[in-house]
Ligand binder design. Structure first.
Ligand code: NOJ
Length: 559
């Protein structure tokens, strides 16, 4: 396997709206980020991924872009952004930008022109179709609820929007559109950025004809995902983008790809195909979804998580590369979701971090994860800001679902769980802002905050630092071969990583019971060194048989 800087990096994701407010308007901004760069650097981070900071009417917090080459007023100016880039580079870190080109905002000049008339030069930059039998061109639902088609009276056609109706899908079949996008990407790369995280990039190739999806009983709209995920020309477009743009720069690329399988991920990321470096896959994020999707709650089974993550580790062993994550701005907080955010918050947050950071792939830390931030429970729907939550609340209320059941879904899976402001210290509003924050701060900031974490040597923050330092020190963590141990065990997730004559043994107890870990006989060694553990007291037992503590996590280096 070839070595590469992006394989050896740890990425930190910033959701700018919620990170740090420097000017007291209740919204995070670029100067706020600049003021916290030392904090990120001290964690040991190599690459910062900035969620969108472009001009946007904020229907979906910046994922609806009205100008790809300018900065949102809420966040500052282009001069602020340029200062950010310089300061990131001065600290020896890199900056990757979010590329949101499956759709634009409906306030983008292209769309404003396109909807004026069928003859507009920009009409074909979007996807327009006539209605079918007095209805939408297909029965697809939008990922944010309702139909994926919006009727436009002026021209008597519908346009496609896989997300909100203020996020019309761009038509990648059109070569001029593709060219404009490539030019825009070059413009940012010429400014000196270090790569892109590409938003739902495997959705960009739509079929020529829009067939209906399979309607579930009692539903008005169906999923069209089998038609638009990994669509007909997706590899052509990515290879063209690579040829035209990416191959000219030493950059990192990560494609966000709902519905990607390991087989497809190999096509997207194998080096000889010249598409992307790595994908963000979603299979492990769907293991606690019931039959009706994310709001349909189902407890996670450890066996499923082990099988899934191991499948990905093995599939991309020699070709391609994994992204490793449990958190981002679309997911609830992992310590609340998979750990125990009360009695064992610290132990379980460290256990989850160990499990992830010792795997093969590039780890992503989402702001606040490194201090064990938890989910939020607002009493009133009025306190939520996320369009997905608000639309789903309305839809489910209209469908007669009991209020409390809807709220429980939001508490478990809502995206605002991870978007409450970063908890910096115990001062009002967690030190995030001096005024009213755009989304309420989690009241637990008095105990859970970065300042307290930094001053406590046993904190989650220092544990992440140590995990990241280990990755820098031991090649086996980056490049070693993965092997799952005890696949049938109900409570323990254990695996090894092997490179040359070095072997890592990773043992994680996923629950609060105290199971025995029995070392499989084929794992032999001369010496064992404990590299990290989430309990201050060392295990005194022999490695062959260990009584684990609640949420125990340890990593040994075997030689
Ligand atoms: C994925 C992004 O991560 C999410 O936040 C956004 O709402 C959708 N794509 C649409 O851009």
């Amino acid at each position: 396997m070839n070595k590469a800087w992006w394989k050896e990096s740890v990425v930190y994701q910033i959701y700018p709206r919620s990170f740090m407010d420097s000017n007291g308007d209740g919204i995070g901004d670029l100067q706020g980020i600049i003021s916290k760069l030392d904090y990120i650097k001290n964690l040991g981070i190599d690459v910062i991924w900035l969620s969108p900071v472009y001009k946007s009417p904020n229907d979906d917090n910046g994922y609806d872009i009205s100008d790809y080459q300018d900065i949102m007023d809420d966040f500052g100016t282009m001069a602020d952004w340029e200062q950010l880039l310089v300061e990131v580079h001065e600290r020896g870190m890199k900056l990757i930008m979010d590329l949101v080109v499956n759709h634009s905002s409906d306030e983008h000049p292209w769309f404003l022109e396109a909807r004026q008339s069928k003859d507009s030069k920009y009409r074909d930059y979007y996807i327009w179709r006539k209605g079918k039998n007095g209805k939408e061109p297909s029965n697809w639902y939008s990922n944010f609820g309702g139909s994926a088609w919006e009727y436009d009276e002026a021209t008597d056609e519908y346009y496609l929007h896989l997300f909100s109706k203020k996020q019309p899908d761009l038509n990648w079949c059109n070569p001029s559109l593709r060219k404009e996008i490539y030019n825009m990407m070059k413009w940012w790369l010429e400014k000196g950025i270090d790569g892109f995280r590409m938003d739902v990039i495997n959705f960009i190739s739509k079929p020529e004809n829009f067939e209906d999806g399979d309607l579930k009983p009692g539903k008005k709209y169906a999923s069209g995902s089998k038609f638009y995920r990994n669509g007909p020309h997706i590899h052509d477009y990515l290879q063209e983008m690579n040829r035209e743009v990416l191959s000219h720069y030493d950059v990192m690329t990560v494609g966000e790809m709902p519905g990607v399988t390991p087989e497809l991920a190999k096509l997207y990321t194998s080096e000889d195909r010249k598409e992307l470096n790595m994908v963000f896959q979603f299979e492990h994020m769907g293991l606690d979804n019931g039959e009706n999707g994310k709001w349909d709650l189902k407890p996670l089974k450890l066996a499923d998580l082990k099988a899934n993550l191991s499948k990905w580790q093995l599939a991309l062993e020699d070709t391609g590369w994994n992204s490793l994550y449990f958190n981002n701005h679309d997911q609830p907080r992992s310590v609340s979701r998979f750990g125990n955010d009360k009695k064992y918050r610290v132990e379980s947050a460290k256990m989850l971090a160990t499990l992830l950071h010792m795997m093969k792939g590039t780890p992503y830390v989402y702001q606040g994860e490194e201090i064990g931030m938890t989910n939020i429970r607002f009493d009133s729907i009025e306190d939520y800001r996320d369009i997905e939550i608000i639309n789903m609340f309305k839809e489910q209320t209209e469908a007669g679902i009991p209020h409390q059941q809807i709220m429980e879904s939001i508490y478990a899976k809502g995206r605002d769980n991870s978007r409450t402001p970063m908890q910096w210290d115990a001062s009002p509003n967690a030190g995030f802002t001096t005024s009213t924050p755009w989304l309420k701060v989690n009241p637990n900031y008095i105990e859970i905050n970065a300042e307290a974490e930094i001053s406590n040597a046993n904190s989650i923050y220092h544990y992440y630092r140590k995990l990241i330092q280990l990755r820098k020190k031991y090649d086996v963590i980056v490049y070693g071969k993965y092997e799952l141990l005890l696949p049938e065990h109900q409570e323990i997730f254990a695996y090894t990583r092997t490179l040359g004559d070095e072997k890592l043994l990773v043992i994680c107890n996923f629950y609060e019971g105290q199971p025995m870990f029995e070392l499989p006989e084929h794992i032999t060694y001369q010496s064992a060194e404990l590299l990290i553990s989430n309990y201050p007291e060392k295990l005194t037992h022999e490695l062959e048989s260990i009584q684990l503590r609640p949420y125990d996590a340890s990593v040994f280096l075997l030689k």
